[in-house]
Ligand binder design. Structure first.
Ligand SMILES: [Zn+2]
Length: 448
């Protein structure tokens, strides 16, 4: 959100409130939960006959699930900054060259404070911190970093305990609250606790090992060694066991909301900041690409009476739509006017397919040093580019900062790495013009 626009909106809202005769409806609580690093197919799936995420699945059934939802960036900082501001990464600039969300950008928490919301955050991710500019607007900001190098990481339990403590305070207050929670279990290393294995009925003794480490993932990414299909299958099982454990902790938080009669008075948003590579083309983690493995994320809204239960929306939507949707839910629609996204509560806007953007700033400085220190032979030049993409229907146009353009077509995966016939060249040219115009406009708006 851009501060000047919101000031105007606030002025308009004040005029309306002075002239209105009816009592103001009580605004809903706003609960936003980020399942960090959970790709779209990391929820709503079964391992064998056991569902990995029964809590998420039930919430999705009680609300509306957006089945084709995409992040606008493949990693934590820019993606959270977008979820907090409604701005694209090239607008908020919390990206690789910068590593912080500047104070000039208005966050959702800051906006909600102007509406008398109590605002609380619990973060399990060391990138989602005050030092990265992401605590702007929160009355309290608790960190629940687990020791990710330990196999018995209890980060999700710690985060849930902290969030429930917030609810205890919020439930007794006579004002709405905004709660943001980041859960980090699905992030590397994949080292599920016993509860995760139990949840998906997998005996860890039957596995070759019960940890897939950051070092292993990086060695495969760096080409130091090749990952095998069996290894990637093991990594996926461990990844899902982490998500299963996390889902049980999410269940504790949802139960706590329900027990305090807060759940149905809340707009609940559940998403992930990005997905994860699990071996596609030898890729691991979530760096260096704008593939659908890292951009495709879960997205559910639950708000009885306002969001249809059992809803399933197949039209592609974006993280840019989250802040406008929240503003719409609290009848602050005008404040979203200068944002790129649309309210997903606004049914007419969902009848047409929109182009969706994503971007990744060149991974410079810290990251290059990081890789050089650990894997001196890793040829990082291949990845030392900025990326941006435009998605339209089943097609995605990818452009890197060397000017190389790739048209990816879901319906034509084989040989889809270049526009190799006349028709595809025309499509690629048209999409590239649209992509360029979009980013030019974003940069123009930002300079005003
Ligand atoms: Zn993340």
């Amino acid at each position: 959100m851009i501060r000047s626009g919101v000031r105007t909106a606030i002025a308009i809202a004040l005029v309306f409130s002075l002239t209105a005769c009816e009592p103001e409806p009580v605004p809903p609580h706003i609960v936003v939960i980020v399942l960090d690093t959970v790709r779209a197919d990391g929820v709503g799936v079964k391992l064998g006959e056991f569902p990995v995420t029964p809590v998420f699945d039930r919430l999705a059934d009680e609300g509306t699930r957006f089945e084709n939802a995409y992040a606008v960036a493949p990693w934590t900082l820019p993606s959270h900054a977008t979820l907090f501001t409604g701005l694209a990464p090239s607008q908020h600039k919390a990206v690789h060259e910068n590593f912080v969300l500047g104070p000039q950008y208005l966050t959702l928490a800051e906006f909600l404070k102007t509406r008398d919301y109590a605002t609380h955050a619990v973060s399990s991710n060391p990138w989602v911190t005050k030092s990265r500019g992401l605590a702007q607007g929160f009355d309290s900001f608790e960190v629940a970093f687990g020791n990710v190098d330990e196999m018995t990481d209890k980060g999700a339990k710690r985060a849930t305990d902290l969030a429930i403590a917030v609810l205890d305070e919020a439930a007794s207050a006579d004002r709405p609250f905004h709660l943001f929670v980041n859960y980090l279990e699905a992030h590397l290393p994949y080292a599920p606790p016993d509860e995760g294995f139990e949840a998906i009925r997998v005996d860890p003794a039957s596995l070759e090992r019960r940890v897939f480490s950051i070092a292993e993932a990086e060695a495969i990414m760096a080409g130091t060694r090749e990952g095998t299909a069996e290894e990637f299958e093991l990594a996926r099982t461990l990844y899902l066991a982490e998500i299963a454990y996390q889902d049980r902790q999410l269940g504790r938080l949802i139960d706590a909301l329900r027990e305090r009669e807060l759940l149905d008075q809340s707009l609940l948003v559940i998403t992930a900041d990005h997905g994860e590579e699990l071996g596609r083309a030898g890729m691991t983690g979530h760096e260096f690409t704008l593939s659908d493995d890292v951009l495709s994320i879960p997205l559910v809204f639950r708000f009885p009476g306002r969001v249809p239960s059992g809803g399933r929306v197949a039209l592609p939507v974006s993280h840019l739509d989250v802040v406008p949707t929240v503003l719409h839910a609290i009848d602050e629609w005008e404040s979203a006017a200068d944002l790129e996204g649309l309210s997903l509560l606004d049914t007419p806007s969902l009848t047409r397919e929109r182009p969706l953007l994503a971007e990744y700033a060149e991974p410079v400085t810290l990251r290059e040093e990081y890789w050089k220190n650990r894997h001196p032979d890793f040829d990082t030049s291949k990845w030392a580019v900025a990326l941006r993409s435009l998605r339209k229907g089943d097609r995605k146009l990818l452009e890197n900062s060397r000017g190389e353009i790739t048209l990816i077509d879901k319906n034509r995966p084989a040989g889809a790495s270049e526009a190799d016939d006349q028709g595809r060249q025309i499509i690629a040219r048209s999409m590239h013009e649209e992509l360029s115009a979009w980013f030019d406009r974003l940069n123009r708006v930002d300079r005003q």
